[in-house]
Design a protein around this ligand. Structure first.
Ligand code: SF4
Length: 239
């Protein structure tokens, strides 16, 4: 495999994962840098690209080369990949090496999403919808992001590209009625599926959230059932 033309700021690699792209064996590339400050972020060390530890690209390439025959594709995550200027070059290189690509995104850069959709270079989008839109500023830690996310939802839901929208369910940030509101919104926009992710109170950006008890799995299941009246919905991370 020849991956040679770019030096992306990669903060980490999981060479083989069975759980990050459903039904596929994937490698996970973590890009440094994020434009949001979600209080419950599990990768706070990746938020600031200036302080994130980065792995030399040659080392990443070497590991991908070694595992290529077992891999169905690559998950690009972060941080926020669409806030990373290296994303386009990275995708081009990975595609030239015949990898399929799943992109995890917070959806706040619809111009980048639009470009990727037009070029048809992503096989699967996983888009965070942090909470109901009237609570977005609090849920993502930065004001004024919800309109951009709505734009990205439209772009992806109206594309022919496989996708999911997902919400990490955090007490104090996402009440059950917020989640159902998001489900209705997504269904109205033509989204394919919705995933409710369980919150893990470990190593998060706002340390006071580490003492917050996640909702019981049974409650998440009930909320997912309610959301399923609008679009297919499931839970993740509930054990
Ligand atoms: S959880 Fe929020 S702050 Fe953390 S990487 Fe994702 S979008 Fe950025």
């Amino acid at each position: 495999m020849a991956l040679t033309t770019t030096q992306p700021k990669v903060a980490g690699l999981i060479p083989v994962s069975m759980i990050d792209w459903e039904g596929k064996v994937s490698a996970i590339i973590f890009l440094a840098g994020c434009n949001l400050r979600c209080p419950y972020c599990h990768n706070p060390e990746l938020i600031n690209p200036k302080t994130a530890d980065c792995v030399p690209w040659d080392r990443i390439k070497g590991q991908l080369d070694k595992k290529k025959r077992w891999l169905d594709g690559i998950v690009i995550t972060g941080g926020e990949p669409t806030a990373n200027k290296d994303l386009e070059g990275l995708i081009a290189e990975l595609r030239s090496a015949d990898f399929k690509i799943k992109l995890d995104t917070n959806g706040t850069k619809p111009n980048v999403i639009e470009d990727l959709v037009k070029k048809n270079v992503i096989d699967y989008f996983a888009v965070d919808v942090k909470s109901a839109f009237h609570k977005y500023d609090k849920a993502c830690g930065i004001v004024g992001q919800s309109e951009q996310v709505k734009e990205s939802i439209d772009l992806i839901a109206n594309s022919k590209i496989d996708h999911e929208f997902r919400t990490t369910v955090v007490p104090g940030y996402t009440a059950s009625e917020d989640i159902v509101e998001v489900a209705k919104y997504l269904a109205d926009r033509g989204a394919s599926r919705y995933v409710l992710q369980q919150f893990l109170p470990k190593e998060v950006l706002e340390k006071n959230l580490e003492s917050v008890q996640p909702y019981p799995a049974t409650l998440l299941t009930q909320i997912a059932e309610e959301c399923s009246k609008f679009l297919p919905t499931k839970t993740r991370g509930c054990g």
